[in-house]
Design a binder for this molecule. Structure first.
Ligand SMILES: [Zn+2]
Length: 179
């Protein structure tokens, strides 16, 4: 079984319309939260910046939640702009739904394939693992990983996963010998 790993190389951009200019792309940049305490209630936002005009906007992470309901370690992470927490919140589908943006993964990920050559004993079984929830089309990913055209790749593989449906879940396939 050959492992292939999909992982991010940086944080994805956000596809979201800017209110100040025609751009539809924003970035978390260095990754900053803003925490606002109002009595015993807290608001937490993740700040994002338009890539074109630099206008900053706030994505709601927590809205008027009791201070006690937050894990102290998590709250500390918000206060110190913990990069892992920035990534976790940005990649959380709940945040995207709540704040109406989608992630733009273009150029923000890579596929790592082992150096083992595919000219040994056929068939070869490959397992694709996702370290980050990058949406990929299996047929394109497989063609890329095998270094084949999509048609050639499709001729040579057997796979139970729908190949044209975008997924971020692991899957496996078998590569048959070429002609
Ligand atoms: Zn803008």
């Amino acid at each position: 079984m050959l492992p292939w790993v999909v992982r991010r190389t940086r944080l994805p951009l956000l596809s979201v319309r800017c209110v100040g200019c025609p751009s539809e792309s924003a970035t978390t940049g260095e990754g900053r939260f803003r925490v606002n305490a109002n009595g015993k209630l807290l608001d937490v936002w993740l700040l994002v910046r338009c890539v074109s005009c630099d206008r900053t906007s706030k994505l709601t992470v927590h809205e008027r939640v009791p201070v006690r309901s937050l894990d102290p370690a998590e709250l500390h992470g918000y206060r110190v702009n913990d990069p892992e927490l920035v990534a976790a919140r940005l990649l959380d589908p709940l945040l995207a739904r709540r704040n109406r943006f989608t992630l733009d993964w273009t150029g923000a990920w890579r596929l790592d394939t082992p150096a083992a050559r595919l000219d040994g004993a056929w068939p070869v079984q490959v397992e694709v693992v996702f370290e980050d929830p990058v949406p990929v089309r299996p047929d394109r990913l497989i063609a890329q990983g095998l270094g084949l055209s999509r048609n050639e790749a499709l001729r040579r593989i057997k796979c139970d996963t729908p190949l044209r449906r975008t997924t971020s879940s692991g899957f496996a396939f078998v590569v048959m010998a070429g002609d």
